[in-house]
Ligand binder design. Structure first.
Ligand code: G4P
Length: 284
């Protein structure tokens, strides 16, 4: 299978991002805690060179928590304010507000040193598709529902969510539409990992190929998980395992042969919904 992102999309994405970032002090990047490498586009480091950076590992409920802790440490060492959340849980957003404030304080001090006072810190969510940007913004807008409307000097139609002012009176405005980054298919592993978690359009995918690779990964890194979940002892050969799964789940084609596409779909669906457990694909 070959994964790619069309260059036309990329140029446009870069242009849009560059425009949007002009308005922004603080870039809040969302990544997927199961694939903290492949769900990021390192290009953002160049695009957001002068900005303060927060990196959120989202969908932490679907990842291995010890591994997530290691990733947080690693990214903190690289200079990001980092935390892990489940964006579907509104009560987890308090921690994000706290971190945004902390990062915003850095900006406030920078401004103060240049004699600028009480200017709100403007923040924006960015990330590749499907990392949870909309979910995050919706949860956030729910908690901090005061929308501030259009402002002079701000692109028409942009809406900001104002976070309550901190003790020092400085406010933080979050742009309510996320910036969309494109995945970086530097090597095929990136595409493979994105496809495993369901972040690549299904029409581009041959499910059985994807599932065979996933079976190999699971057999190598999480021995026992297939037996535990599906109740059969998997054989060594991954095609055979897919056939075993097909018969365990009654996936037969018209001629009575095992329907491998169907079995693959079941495996992928279980994996993508963390029914096989909270598994981090990319270790720190
Ligand atoms: P995007 O804007 O970055 O493209 O992502 P979006 O918010 O649309 O989220 C993509 C999917 O991920 C959604 O599921 C969303 O509910 C889910 N999601 C977001 N954050 C989390 C999280 O922290 N944990 C878990 N487990 N899931 C999360 P969906 O199946 O596409 O839609 P639905 O189930 O919400 O209807």
């Amino acid at each position: 299978m070959h994964f790619q992102w069309f260059p036309g999309h990329m140029t446009k994405a870069i242009r849009v991002m560059q425009e949007e970032l002009k308005l922004i002090d603080l870039v809040i990047e969302l990544a997927d805690a199961r694939i903290p490498l492949s769900s990021r586009n390192p290009e953002i480091d160049t695009l957001a060179r002068d900005k303060i950076r927060i990196l959120i590992l989202n969908k932490r409920d679907m990842a291995d928590s010890a591994e997530t802790d290691r990733w947080i440490k690693k990214y903190e060492e690289q200079g990001y304010y980092t935390l892990a959340i489940n964006a579907r849980q509104r009560n987890e957003l308090k921690a994000v507000t706290g971190m945004i404030r902390k990062a915003g304080e850095e900006k406030r001090l920078r401004d103060a040193a240049r004699g600028i006072k009480n200017r709100p810190v403007r923040a924006m969510i960015v990330g590749i598709p499907n990392v949870g940007k909309s979910t995050f913004i919706n949860s956030f807008a729910g908690r901090n529902s005061a929308k501030t409307g259009n402002r002079p000097g701000v692109t028409k139609g942009k809406q900001w969510i104002r976070l309550n002012s901190g003790k020092n009176g400085s406010a933080i405005d979050l742009l309510d539409t996320p910036g969309i980054l494109w995945p970086k298919f530097e090597d095929q592993t990136v595409g493979l990992h994105l496809a495993w978690i369901g972040s690549i359009k299904d029409e581009l995918i041959v499910h059985s190929d994807l599932a065979l690779d996933l079976i190999e990964f699971l057999q190598m890194e999480h021995a026992g998980i297939l037996e535990e979940h599906y109740g059969f002892v998997p054989e060594k050969d991954s095609v055979r395992v897919l056939e075993q799964l097909a018969s365990a789940r009654g996936c037969l084609s018209r001629g009575g042969e095992p329907d491998l596409e169907k079995a693959a779909f079941i495996l992928l669906d279980d994996f993508r919904n963390a029914r096989l457990g909270s598994i981090t694909i990319e270790p720190a």
